[in-house]
Write a protein that binds this ligand. Structure first.
Ligand SMILES: CC/C=C\C/C=C\C/C=C\C/C=C\C/C=C\C/C=C\C=C\C(=O)SCCNC(=O)CCNC(=O)[C@H](O)C(C)(C)COP(=O)(O)OP(=O)(O)OC[C@H]1O[C@@H](n2cnc3c(N)ncnc32)[C@H](O)[C@@H]1OP(=O)(O)O
Ligand code: NDP
Length: 299
């Protein structure tokens, strides 16, 4: 008997921080019609693709991070690809006053805010013994405090009275112990707890709070910094049930589901989107990359 292996068509992707040349809608094209999304770290990687896919579903966006030149360049590409408006704003998610000013500007420009995507993060590989106290604190401040700061400002300025959707970008690396990742794993685990606590507290205000937890996602800074290309070369993805890395469009589709009425009864959920990697795969990146645990890894 002939062997049948069902294969799904993967959504389009490009490896660089560019917009897609073509896009086939899976969801209704008007799923986010005339809504407004505030996306931290929306100028690159997964955040940029989330902005693009949201805009292709009728949404206007604010993309906010530290590097305004990068954001302005991205905003031009995003508007050209989608015909929607994109406002680039400089923020550091560690600074609540700057976030507050950006949210004020968003409301002045668009008159509403429907979706917050907490995507900004920082990471690198480093053994705990070599990690400075400031390095650990820095990652917690960006990933965890940054998520709280932005969520709280958006809630107080708009969501408390109008409802809204928060989607946090987590990581499955937090689900098992992993060498060289105590800073990022601790931060993302805290964010998963924050997702559940805020879902409970803000549900009565009509605010849903969910998270998507990616595994390795190609074509991103995180993938490059954390050894994705080396893992590919070593054939490590064969150990992942779906036998490949994910792509940015796949993550954007998860965020779109959680940010839209497609998930209207879902809150406090963490949508694991890692091809099954954390369930089964060897996840000791230090062994894979040949990095001795006693040495500082600057990748
Ligand atoms: C689950 C998979 C399982 C199986 C699959 C099978 C095989 C796969 C195998 C491999 C994995 C493959 C792919 C990857 C998979 C998953 C990825 C998962 C998660 C990714 C998470 C991410 O967050 S990705 C985001 C990446 N992007 C960025 O990091 C961009 C933003 N980053 C930054 O701005 C900086 O890097 C920063 C975080 C350091 C912040 O910058 P800044 O505020 O300017 O801070 P600094 O002043 O520069 O530094 C502060 C202190 O930190 C120290 N530091 C900085 N860099 C390093 C480093 N590289 N190593 C150690 N220490 C560092 C710095 O020295 C400062 O400390 P002092 O004490 O000196 O003051
Ligand atoms: N790529 C992967 O394989 C995985 C990624 N993730 C998560 O996905 C998300 C996106 O990562 P990825 O696309 O790979 O990486 P990127 O480096 O492209 O994205 C991180 C973004 O965060 C922004 N940022 C960093 N620090 C700050 C700050 N202090 N204030 C405001 N913005 C900040 C950066 O912009 P700027 O420099 O302009 O500030 C950048 O746009 C992260 O939450 C990451 O943890 C999770 C698992 C796997």
């Amino acid at each position: 008997m002939a062997e049948h292996r069902r294969t799904e068509e993967l959504p389009e992707d490009v490896g660089s921080d560019d917009c897609l040349a073509s896009y086939t809608h899976i969801y209704s094209p008007d799923l986010l019609q005339d809504q407004v999304a505030f996306i931290t770290g929306g100028g690159s990687g997964i955040g940029l693709r989330i902005a693009e896919i949201f805009m292709r579903h009728g949404c206007d966006t604010v993309i906010a991070s530290r590097n305004l030149d990068k954001l302005k360049e991205a905003a031009v590409k995003l508007s050209a690809a989608s015909g929607r408006r994109c406002l680039p704003l400089r923020i550091d998610v560690r600074q609540p006053d700057g976030i507050a000013a950006a949210v004020d500007e968003t409301l002045k420009e668009f008159g509403r805010l429907d979706i917050l995507i907490n995507n900004a993060a920082g990471n690198f590989l480093c053994p705990a013994s070599a990690l400075s106290f400031n390095a650990f604190k820095t990652v917690l401040e960006i990933d965890t405090m940054g998520t709280f700061n932005t969520s709280k400002v958006v809630y107080e300025k708009w969501f408390k009275d109008h409802g809204g959707n928060v989607v946090n970008v987590s990581a499955t690396l937090a689900y098992r112990g992993q060498a060289l990742q105590v800073h990022a794993g601790s931060a993302k685990a805290a964010n998963d707890a924050m997702t559940k606590h805020l879902a409970v507290e803000w549900g009565p205000s009509g605010v849903r709070v969910n998270a998507v937890a990616p595994g390795p996602i190609s074509g991103t800074e995180g993938y490059r910094k954390l050894g994705g290309p080396a893992a590919e070369a070593a054939g490590s993805f064969q150990a992942v049930p779906l036998q490949r890395a994910g792509n940015k469009t796949e993550m954007a589709h998860c965020a779109l589901f959680l940010a839209s009425r497609a998930s209207s009864y879902v809150t406090g959920a963490i949508l694991v989107a890692d091809g099954g990697a954390w369930l089964t795969s060897p996840n000791d990146v230090s062994a894979l990359l040949g990095i001795a645990a006693s040495k500082r890894a600057k990748l």
